[in-house]
Design a protein around this ligand. Structure first.
Ligand SMILES: O=C(O)c1ccccc1NCC(=O)[C@H](O)[C@H](O)COP(=O)(O)O
Length: 263
């Protein structure tokens, strides 16, 4: 069993437990359902921001503890105020040290928030809306094409957008009319190897009007520029900021370098 299989097996148990705590009807009564959601597609396409989807990630299966002390409010505010197009907030506790509370805290920011978790059940979509998310992640490596289609359609009916994550050519069959935003994960989630070229290889294989997002292993402004040159509008970056003692500062410096690089 690889790490992704382990995470999904745990997630099935977790979702079962969470369903016993709150019914869907109860979640639908929460504040999250009374707000208008922000559109990730619009924020990525409008060109006034960096395209960076800045991630708040405390730890990961591949790296262990990344940052044990970072404050979610301070870091996500700095991301939002300095040009992030969206936030990605881990809500998985067991493997990433995230929580619902982290996403709720980040909701003070007026930019789209991706609930970064392992979505396998419609109940998690209702939870995502309830906690204040605007976008959910669907990972092709742990869902069938039919499951992606069904979950994505339900997400849109709840006012949520979808970031569909692919890694290789075999997963292209997961793309459907409900997944206009597609991320290419440069990290193989089964082996943890990172190959920044993955996004480039996959770019030309996606439908032409896809809003393309490069994910993982991005630690240089040169990477972002190369992805931009190849038609990418979004860049999901976590560890490069979170591994430092001051992720807010690391983000500001990265954005400044990116602006200078363009000149
Ligand atoms: O990062 C891991 O170890 C991992 C393991 C299993 C499933 C998912 C995993 N990571 C999720 C991601 O791909 C990243 O959090 C995201 O793309 C940001 O990547 P990075 O900039 O390299 O932190």
């Amino acid at each position: 069993m690889n790490i992704l299989d382990t995470i999904i097996a745990e997630k099935r148990l977790e979702v079962k437990e969470r369903k016993a705590l709150h019914t869907i009807a109860q979640l639908e009564q929460t504040d999250g359902f009374r707000r208008d959601t922000f559109s990730l597609a619009k924020f990525l396409l409008d060109g006034t921001r960096t395209g960076i989807i800045a991630e708040f990630k405390r730890r990961s299966p591949s790296k262990g503890v990344i940052n044990a002390t970072a404050d979610v409010l301070e870091v996500t505010r700095a991301y939002a105020e300095n040009g992030a197009s969206a936030l990605s907030v881990l809500t998985d506790e067991k493997f990433f040290g995230g929580s619902t509370a982290d996403l709720v805290a980040a909701r003070v920011n007026d930019i789209p928030i991706l609930r970064k978790d392992f979505i396998i059940d419609e109940y998690q979509l209702v939870e995502a809306r309830s906690m204040g998310a605007d976008v959910i992640l669907l990972i092709a490596a742990c869902l069938s094409p039919g499951e992606v289609r069904s979950l994505a359609q339900t997400a849109y009916s709840l006012g949520l957008e979808v970031l569909l994550e692919l890694h290789d050519e075999a997963e292209l069959e997961h793309v459907c009319e409900f997944t206009p935003i597609v991320g290419i994960n440069n990290r193989n989630l089964k082996t943890f190897t990172v190959d920044i070229e993955r996004s480039l290889v996959m770019a030309s294989k996606l439908p032409e009007d896809t809003i393309k997002v490069a994910e993982s292993g991005i630690d240089k402004v040169e990477n972002v520029q190369l992805f931009r040159d190849n038609g990418f509008r979004g860049f999901l970056i976590g560890e490069h900021f979170m591994k430092t003692a001051d992720p807010a500062r690391a983000f500001r410096e990265f954005v400044a370098d990116l602006k200078n690089f363009k000149k």
